[in-house]
Design a protein around this ligand. Structure first.
Ligand SMILES: C[S@@+](CC[C@H](N)C(=O)[O-])C[C@H]1O[C@@H](n2cnc3c(N)ncnc32)[C@H](O)[C@@H]1O
Length: 390
């Protein structure tokens, strides 16, 4: 049963600050009529593009497909309009499902109630048609449905991704404060790294930045390690199309990255976790991972990109963090001439103490924490002298 025909609207969701880098990725994958939203991008595409985006897009958390839009001023209207949708063409009776609600500026003010009424409408439709009802599973549903009310306009969407796409499938060990994979891919994208220059994360923790960088440089699809996407449970799932897409992109994977990629951390446990993650992607031999104190060792390359996410947050008292960030600045000035250093941090006060002038500052959110991603170009003399040399 095909309920997705031709071109339709797709909404991709992402983290605050990554909207433009996501839009650029979607354009490269073939998206049409892109429109930037708050924490997302709306675009048009067909089923091939929907599957492709789920497999290939590094900076999206999920892709949802609106299937009905209507006005619902009260719960009865919501119930009857949701019940009118041909759910039997979308999902099977024996598949579990879950409904998420969200509401703003509408008569229906409670998102949980909106989800409950919609769930009742779906269940009742199946019961009337078949005498049986599908089961709800809020933890691990096969079919995920989003109901969004805004100014009494209801949009019913299907979530094509399922678990958030930052769950790539390679993170097999837990660690304190790992960077979200989508955020890591997003900051690498924002940095302008062209995948030919050496890339070094000197405080790599669980290895997210080097692993994401290596996946990009080798053109490995970020969805390669995931087994499950929600659209695979839809009635109109086209397995041949999916296999065709994955084959096409898998054939473009390079045998090695066209540059050096390295991570180090002073904590041996973190280095061991980073090595596990590099191994679980099959990239262990392409990423150099070492135990090292950033302040104590020489720079590994003559020039390149540093992209790093030093410690920040409640665990470090401000006084110490100011000293710590000052040492980062001093180390960069002393040992990293010729590098572009990008630092991602939520410690905005400490960032001011690096003693270097940022040439770019990009505000981002990490969860609820306001962060900045800042670029520092490390020249041998002053910037003026450098400009005169060119
Ligand atoms: C916020 S965590 C990085 C998280 C990482 N991006 C990830 O995704 O897992 C900061 C890391 O800096 C490391 N670190 C702190 N001081 C360091 C130093 N002087 N040299 C090297 N690593 C250091 C810590 O061990 C910690 O793993």
């Amino acid at each position: 049963m095909n309920f997705l025909n031709g071109n339709f609207t797709i909404i991709s969701k992402t983290l605050t600050g990554l909207e433009e880098v996501l839009r650029d990725e979607l354009l490269l994958l073939g998206a049409n009529n892109t429109k930037i939203l708050k924490r997302g991008v709306e675009f048009e595409g067909d089923k091939r593009l929907l599957y492709t985006c789920n497999y290939m897009c590094r900076t999206a958390l999920r892709f949802i497909v609106p299937i009905a839009v209507f006005t619902a001023k009260d719960e009865n209207e919501l119930y009857s309009r949701v019940k009118r949708i041909s759910w039997e063409n979308i999902m099977k009776l024996n598949q579990t499902f879950a409904v998420d609600g969200i509401t703003s500026s509408s008569n229906l003010k409670h998102s949980k109630y909106i989800a409950l009424k919609s769930k009742d409408a779906i269940v009742d439709r199946f019961r009337e048609k078949t005498g049986k009802r599908p089961s709800v599973d809020t933890d691990n549903p096969k079919i995920r449905i989003n109901i969004r009310m805004h100014q009494n306009q209801c949009t019913v969407s299907l979530d094509s991704s399922g678990d958030s796409l930052h769950l790539r499938g390679y993170r097999v060990r837990s660690s304190p404060a790992p960077l979200n994979e989508v955020l890591a891919a997003g900051i690498i994208g924002l940095s302008g790294w062209d995948m030919t220059e050496s890339l070094f994360d000197p405080m790599c923790g669980s290895g997210t930045i080097p692993v994401e960088a290596c996946l990009m440089a080798m053109r490995i699809p970020p969805g390669k390690y995931r087994r499950d996407f929600s659209f695979m449970n839809w009635m109109d799932y086209d397995k041949h199309l999916w296999e065709d897409i994955t084959r096409f992109y898998d054939e473009q994977i390079l045998t090695s990255p066209p540059c050096k990629i390295m991570g180090s951390d002073k904590n041996p446990r973190m280095v061991s976790i980073a090595k596990t993650h590099a191994s679980s992607t099959g990239l262990r031999k392409h990423i150099e991972l070492t135990e090292a104190d950033f302040f104590a060792v020489p720079s590994p390359f003559d020039s390149g990109y540093i992209i790093t996410n030093p410690p920040y947050g409640e665990r470090i008292p401000l006084e110490n963090s100011i000293k710590f960030y000052k040492s980062i600045g001093d180390t960069l000035k002393a040992k990293y001439t010729g590098y572009a250093a990008w630092i991602f941090s939520g410690d905005l006060e400490a960032l001011k103490n690096l003693g270097l002038k940022a040439t770019k500052k990009i505000p981002l959110l990490n969860g609820q924490i306001e962060c900045k991603f800042q670029k520092f170009e490390i020249y041998s003399g002053s910037k003026k002298e450098k400009n005169q040399q060119n």
